[in-house]
Design a protein around this ligand. Structure first.
Ligand code: GLA
Length: 369
């Protein structure tokens, strides 16, 4: 959990914005709710010096000082690069400088690396041709190799650095991301601040649950991309769907809004304790779709101590009643239901629970035996 600069600041992000985000994580209580990574995305990079050591550009005058500042607040600092020669925003990538860059990050005190395919995809196109059945094996091997290379370079620094893979779900990355050292991997192309795109990504995650889980390090997680909550393009009900789905998906929760200017409603949504507890549940099992009927979807996620989380989603524009059958969710007729967003207990009758769900909205339940 943390924050990332891209969704709101994109190429404009500066040292001051990152410090302001760190300050806000502390002053708003988000850090204490679990949001500890402060992640600088693309456009921080400058030139390499004559030893090949990458320097930040003028927007980031002193990366070590920035890391010290972020650490002094009880937070961790993340950074961004690409296995290609250029990042997606055409800044310097780590191609042929993997070891040096990893060492530089460790020296600065970096705790997290998002490693974004970008121009390495073009290199694969040139070398093997655009993806076809005939070159699939070669491309997969190259895809794995570049990620493994950076994973090893990070390991060699001796500093624990979360490795966040970003290659848009190519080559069914969920099947092998963990074997090349990924702690998370993006499962799709980029999110944007619309219900259409968020829903397309979120509801498109069915079937991926078995690839996520805890391990001795930071675990290995499917990453449906960063949050758009608070950026203004969706209604409150739509953002509630976004947050509910991501929690059911055990997804990384990386806020992507301007933390120093957020509304109380945005803050409340991002810091809802019960929702965060679902996302971060110690069992570490991702949820999946339980049923789909027209524009209604029900998703469920196993939680520790035999409990489950259930999301009732209405993808239509108008309010609709949605019915959850407890046996269908493998729960007994006497199960206890808690409506998480409404923060109230509710009760099932005759083994089922029916409630009205707003258009594009969600009801999130925590159910225990
Ligand atoms: C890609 C990634 C985004 C972001 C941009 C930055 O599009 O998927 O998340 O990092 O690059 O250029």
């Amino acid at each position: 959990m943390g924050w990332n600069s891209w969704n709101y600041f994109a190429g404009r992000v500066t040292d001051a914005d990152v410090r302001a985000a760190a300050d806000a994580l502390v002053s708003t209580g988000m850090r204490d709710a679990g949001y500890v990574y402060v992640n600088i995305d693309d456009t921080w990079q400058g030139q390499r010096d004559r030893h090949g050591v990458l320097q930040p550009n003028s927007k980031f005058p002193d990366m070590k000082a920035l890391a010290d500042y972020v650490h002094s607040k009880g937070l961790k600092l993340g950074i961004y690069s690409s296995p290609g020669p250029q990042t997606c925003a055409h800044y310097a990538g780590s191609y042929r400088h993997e070891k040096k860059d990893a060492a530089t990050y460790a020296k600065w005190g970096i705790d997290y690396l998002k490693y974004d395919m970008c121009s390495y995809g073009n290199m694969m196109d040139k070398k093997y041709g655009k993806p076809t059945a005939a070159n699939a094996e070669q491309r997969l091997a190259a895809d794995k190799a570049v990620y493994e290379k950076m994973h090893k370079a990070l390991l060699a620094t001796g500093r624990p650095i979360v490795f966040s893979m970003c290659q848009y779900g190519w080559d069914d990355v969920w099947k092998w991301g963990a074997t090349v050292g990924g702690n998370s991997w993006r499962t799709t192309g980029d999110i944007n601040d619309t219900y259409k795109r968020m829903a397309e990504i979120g509801f498109g995650q069915a079937g991926l649950a078995k690839y996520a889980g805890r391990d001795q390090s930071s675990g290995h997680w499917n990453d449906p991309d960063m949050l758009e909550i608070g950026n203004g393009g969706m209604t409150e009900d739509e953002y509630r769907t976004h947050m509910s789905l991501w929690a059911l998906l055990a997804a990384p929760l990386l806020a992507g809004n301007d933390l120093s200017r957020m509304t109380p409603a945005t803050l409340a949504m991002l810091t809802n304790k019960d929702v965060i507890a679902i996302d971060q549940d110690p069992l570490g099992r991702q949820g999946d779709r339980l049923s789909q009927e027209g524009m209604q979807e029900i998703w469920s996620r196993p939680l520790s101590r035999g409990a489950i989380a259930v999301g009732l989603f209405n993808r239509s524009q108008d309010p609709q009643p949605i019915t959850l059958s407890l046996p269908a969710a493998n729960m007994g007729p006497n199960a206890k239901l808690h409506d998480v967003w409404a923060n109230q207990d509710v009760s099932a009758t005759g083994g089922s629970y029916t409630t009205s769900v707003p258009g594009h909205g969600a009801v999130l339940l925590r159910i225990s035996q």
